[in-house]
Design a protein around this ligand. Structure first.
Ligand code: ATP
Ligand code: MG
Length: 357
């Protein structure tokens, strides 16, 4: 890790953190959580759990480039928060044996910010731009040229006297991460040689994430307890690790620290995480949809008002998992509750409900 440099890295200020900061199943990184995450990050492709497709594809891209003695194509990592994009960027640099320079879209406000980063790169470095969809336009245009020709034009001076000085950049690999790949402009997306789509994790993989994290944290845990935590983690390793820390607190306070199934269930009940991994806000959304609007269709805006949250929070934090869990469907006319959602609230779905056979 010593060769990883943190430069100008800052979290975007307007992340949808409107949810209570300790909400255990919100996939965004909470303030102060960075240290806890660093110790749990896998350090190699080998150690990275799950995402077999992305791992295989990346391994090919990296090995192919190494064999030809060139820098690998630029890589775009896309997917919901907490699935391992930053981790994967670090692994790419690690596997290539080069250093990683980190920045983020919102930090690149002016073309000059990017020029400074680019001109400091060494040959073969990995430049990681997190939240790349939020990069400012002038910086984005400079990035096109840098990605394609390893060259930028630096404008010196102002007005009619301004001149542009071409500047060569050592070949590098750009790794971009985004939670909103739809917001990327076409020209930017086209310049990535490879896009890795990170998917929610299945419960076997998440059980391995929990077991591995427990071993690193030196917490004894029963298999059924690990499975329980995994199955309530909304397909997200960050949440799995966070729930594990909450359950550890519970086990340490209430017994000798050994995590068994009862401890896992007890802790998750205290933190309002139900059997599907839904928390209070998720259930409020389902209730608004079903009890308030007869199961929909209803727009996200109305749901957000009903639960007292911002639309962006409902859309980016709650909805992806409710859809993935088969509880909510997106239709042209709005959101619709499926039969599974009615059952989850202990209600009988009316005739004609989606998913009712
Ligand atoms: N495949 C994995 N195996 C084990 N742990 C993982 C894996 N992927 C992610 N994690 C854990 O989950 C945490 C979050 O991962 P990471 O920060 O890479 O997510 P991210 O996709 O960059 O999220 P964001 O979009 O919020 O930046 C890390 O601390 C890491 O320990
Ligand atoms: Mg990240």
């Amino acid at each position: 890790m010593s060769d990883i440099e943190r430069t100008e890295f800052q979290l975007p200020e307007d992340l949808p953190l409107t949810r209570a900061p300790e909400a255990p199943v919100d996939a965004h990184q909470h303030p102060g959580e960075q240290d806890a995450e660093t110790s749990l990050r896998p350090r190699s492709l080998q150690e990275f759990i799950g995402q077999p497709k992305v791992r295989d594809q990346l391994s090919l891209v990296l090995t192919g480039a190494r064999k030809r003695g060139v820098v690998p194509d630029h890589v775009l990592l896309s997917g919901p928060p907490g699935l391992g994009k930053t981790t994967m960027a670090m692994i790419i640099a690690q596997e290539l044996g080069t250093s990683l320079r980190m920045t983020s879209g919102p930090a690149l406000e002016r073309a000059g910010d990017l020029a400074a980063m680019l001109s400091n790169l060494m040959e073969g470095d990995v430049l990681f731009i997190d939240e790349i969809h939020r990069i400012a336009r002038p910086a984005e245009e400079m990035l096109y040229m840098a990605m394609e020709d390893f060259r930028i034009d630096v404008i010196v001076g102002k007005g009619p006297g301004a001149t542009s000085i071409p500047l060569e950049i050592p070949p590098f690999t750009l790794v971009g991460a985004t939670t909103r790949s739809g917001m990327l402009t076409g020209p930017l997306r086209d310049r990535f040689g490879f896009t890795a789509q990170m998917e929610f994790y299945g419960s076997d993989d998440l059980t391995r994430v929990v077991t591995r994290a427990a071993a690193i944290l030196d917490v004894p845990i029963d298999v059924d307890a690990a499975v329980e935590i995994a199955s309530r983690s909304r397909g997200t390793p960050r949440i799995a690790n966070r729930l594990l820390r909450r359950v550890r607190d519970f086990a340490e306070v209430n017994s000798d620290g050994h995590i068994d199934l009862a401890a896992a269930q007890g802790a998750l009940a205290i933190f309002d995480v139900d059997e599907l991994g839904l928390d209070r806000l998720d259930r409020a959304v389902l209730e608004a949809l079903i009890k308030g609007h007869g199961g929909g269709p209803v727009g996200v805006g109305s749901l957000a008002i009903a639960v007292g949250e911002e639309s962006a929070t409902v859309e980016e934090v709650c909805e992806p998992y409710l859809v993935r869990a088969g509880l909510v469907a997106r239709t042209g006319r709005g959101r619709v509750a499926t039969a599974a959602a009615w059952h989850h609230l202990g209600l009988t779905p009316p005739e004609g409900t989606l998913g009712l056979f």
